[in-house]
Write a protein that binds this ligand. Structure first.
Ligand code: UP5
Ligand code: MG
Length: 190
């Protein structure tokens, strides 16, 4: 098609690595539309949609929802926010997710951020969040970390090899980390 594809940044990192927190700051400073794949999936659960029960059970186990479901939710958001630049938070989580996105959306991300954070720090953050997430408990966090290492790290490696990865030290205060993120996006401001 003749339409220019939107600017897309994927925001990756393990559970509790600070993706959502930093996305909020990126939105404030650089005016992106924030699409958290996890939030879109949790919205499907709370709206009792067709796939709600399957999604709930998958998230409870720390497993990955089928690509077709997640990509469709992201696609709907992209199509209804034409003209925006997008931060896609917590997606793609697997090579299969990545390929499905490229096929269905028809484009690749412009940049990929990776918040690198030690496991013990991620566990501490997730367990002290207290927002009632069904997956914020010791057992599920352990499963999420395993799934991250097994399935998401290969995606991160893929983008590193493509020269698109910006690895950010995810330890420090929220503001300290944002000062590491800022130059990545400042590069693209006119
Ligand atoms: N916090 C943040 N920054 C801090 C800092 N610098 N110092 C101290 N504390 C800090 O942060 C987590 C907590 O830490 C918060 O309390 C925060 O205040 C504090 P947050 O910014 O929320 O981290 P984030 O990386 O967003 O953590 P989250 O738990 O959301 O990551 P997950 O990747 O685990 O969760 P997500 O919602 O993306 O996915 C949940 C599940 O959905 C997955 O496990 C999976 O089952 C499913 N899913 C799919 O199947 N497919 C998808 O495509 C996406 C999700
Ligand atoms: Mg999050």
């Amino acid at each position: 098609s003749k339409v220019k594809p939107p600017f897309i940044a994927f925001v990756l990192g393990g559970p509790g690595s600070g993706k959502g927190t930093q996305c909020t700051k990126i939105v404030e400073t650089f005016g992106f539309k924030h699409l958290s794949a996890g939030d879109l999936l949790r919205r499907e659960i709370s709206s009792n949609s067709k796939h709600g029960t399957m999604i709930l059970n998958t998230i409870r186990e720390g497993k990955i929802v089928p690509s077709a479901v997640t990509v469709k939710l992201i696609q709907k958001e992209i199509e209804s926010n034409e003209g925006h630049k997008f931060l896609i938070d917590g997606f793609p989580r697997t090579e299969e997710n990545r390929v499905a996105f490229e096929k269905i959306i028809g484009t690749e991300p412009n940049i990929v951020l990776f918040f690198d954070c030690p496991e013990d720090e991620m566990v501490r953050r997730v367990l002290s969040r207290n927002q009632g997430r069904v997956d914020d408990n010791v057992e599920t966090v352990k499963k999420r970390l395993k799934v991250f290492a097994g399935l998401n790290l290969p995606v991160i490696k893929y983008y590193s090899e493509r020269g698109k990865l910006h690895k950010i030290d995810g330890v420090g205060t929220t503001d300290e980390i944002f000062e590491r993120v800022r130059p990545v996006f400042a590069l693209y401001e006119e």
